[in-house]
Design a protein around this ligand. Structure first.
Ligand SMILES: NC(=O)c1ccc[n+]([C@@H]2O[C@H](COP(=O)([O-])OP(=O)(O)OC[C@H]3O[C@@H](n4cnc5c(N)ncnc54)[C@H](OP(=O)(O)O)[C@@H]3O)[C@@H](O)[C@H]2O)c1
Length: 271
């Protein structure tokens, strides 16, 4: 079995760097980038284009941007008919991919940026005709946890839940740091160090106490008429829950919008 990456960009590298073996081929059309990658990953085969027939147990992993997908798929169509396709391309559905590739054996996977450090949360959907599912699951298990879904729409929902949420968490952490600097005059370094220790400690407490709910952990440090309660009341007054709900909705709607933008006309007509 070979794993053939179409595109050798950021997300492809996050994946092939963890597989790093001689059964991997990466198609990287930009030659100077190809040479750099060759030096960095001597075990992996880098080629400027796919121009040979792939086999039925080979996996083709599409790691290109959505707007490059149609051209890239059509370029490889004649060589990849018998192989299974894995697409990590955001917003392009299986119907479009299947048509461009003339191949219905597709897995859509949505890894997130924390996959780069092996702590990813990858959503996976298989079309009914795909085989070698376990080989595909094994790839994404190297990046962290996997979550398999029976409906393709869950992949777009997972964009809002896991795909984009590292950015939400970074945003909240940035706000905590900024407030400590602006309001209490801490140096940026100290504000960051303290905040990150608090974030790590909070996650550590959740993980160390699986039988205690997160709500209970919060309640345990929120004494009636105490200091923390005042801060939580401000979150509640601004309805932070609703803000987060709306943010996830906006993210999901954009994923659907992108899906429509790149969908085949027949798909739009049917909706
Ligand atoms: N980054 C994330 O956290 C994340 C998470 C989940 C999913 N994704 C999805 O993963 C995909 C790739 O994202 P990325 O951040 O890795 O993008 P990227 O760094 O821009 O990489 C895209 C790669 O595709 C290559 N490419 C473009 N057109 C091609 C074609 N016609 N044939 C062959 N190769 C072609 C590019 O080559 P050149 O260098 O020659 O242009 C480049 O190597 C996107 O669809 C993104 O939505 C990303």
């Amino acid at each position: 079995m070979k794993i053939i990456f179409i595109g050798g960009g950021n997300m492809a590298e996050a994946i092939f760097s963890k597989l790093n073996d001689s059964n991997i081929i990466v198609i990287q059309r930009n030659l100077s980038k190809l040479e750099k990658l060759k030096l960095q990953y001597p075990q992996i085969n880098f080629l400027p284009k796919l121009d040979f027939n792939t086999k039925s147990d080979d996996l083709i992993l599409l790691a290109i941007k959505p707007y490059d997908a149609e051209e890239a798929c059509k370029n490889i169509q004649q060589y990849t008919q018998s192989s299974s396709i894995i697409s990590i391309v955001s917003g392009i559905n299986c119907q479009s991919l299947g048509t461009w590739l003339n191949n219905a054996k597709i897995c859509r996977a949505m890894p997130n940026t924390t996959s780069t450090i092996g702590l990813g949360a990858t959503a996976i959907y298989f079309t009914p005709t795909i085989n070698n599912k376990q080989n595909i699951l094994d790839i994404f298990l190297k990046l962290g946890k996997i979550y398999q879904f029976e409906s393709e729409d869950k992949i777009d929902q997972m964009t809002a839940i896991s795909g984009s949420s590292p950015a939400y968490i970074f945003y909240f952490i940035e706000s905590l740091i900024q407030s400590a600097i602006e309001q209490f005059g801490l140096s940026p370094e100290l504000a960051k160090d303290i905040t990150l220790q608090v974030v790590k400690g909070s996650l550590g407490m959740i993980e160390a106490n699986p039988s205690i709910s997160i709500e209970q952990l919060r309640s345990n440090v929120t004494s009636k008429k105490g200091t923390t309660e005042q801060a939580i009341k401000v979150f509640e007054n601004y309805n932070l829950n609703k803000i987060i709900y709306d943010a996830q909705t906006a993210c999901y709607n954009r994923a659907k919008e992108l899906a429509r933008l790149f969908a085949l006309p027949a798909v739009i007509d049917n909706e």
